[in-house]
Design a binder for this molecule. Structure first.
Ligand SMILES: [Zn+2]
Ligand SMILES: [Zn+2]
Length: 135
């Protein structure tokens, strides 16, 4: 078990999570690009009960690539994108690695939605890569 601490840019939102393996998913989908404001999202999934959030998050719900809703959580003060709650995995929360206090604890274990990846983004490592969703 690794204890992950993190928070938003302004500090209004702080969280602590217990993660089994801080192996990250790199998602290139357009929604993750939009939500993070970056070229891709680096994500770590944790059980909801292993996550404690301090502060108030604003949420935005949209339909994900699975056809199920995905709830996106962000700081209403500074806009940092903190997490997602996927309709496909009830009880799980996906944390955005960029908000970790030490993002280096996470390393990519797989890439998804490679079809949407920008041509200059190359994730290192001998890891599974999926054109869209895995499976
Ligand atoms: Zn903030
Ligand atoms: Zn995505």
């Amino acid at each position: 078990m690794t204890t992950i601490t993190g928070g938003c840019l302004c500090g209004a939102v702080r969280y602590t999570a217990e993660a089994d393996a801080p192996s990250a998913t790199v998602c290139h989908c357009r929604d993750c690009q939009k939500f993070t404001g970056s070229a891709f999202a680096a994500l770590v999934m944790v059980p909801k009960e292993a996550l404690t959030i301090g502060g108030t998050l604003k949420t935005f719900s949209s339909v994900g690539g699975s056809g199920k809703p995905i709830l996106r959580l962000f700081c209403p003060e500074c806009g940092s994108s903190i997490a997602e709650e996927p309709g496909t995995r009830p009880g799980m929360v996906i944390l955005n690695v960029g908000t970790f206090d030490d993002p280096a604890v996470a390393t990519p274990a797989r890439e998804i939605f490679r079809d949407d990846a920008l041509s200059w983004v190359h994730v290192a490592g001998d890891i599974p890569r999926f054109a869209k969703r895995p499976g």
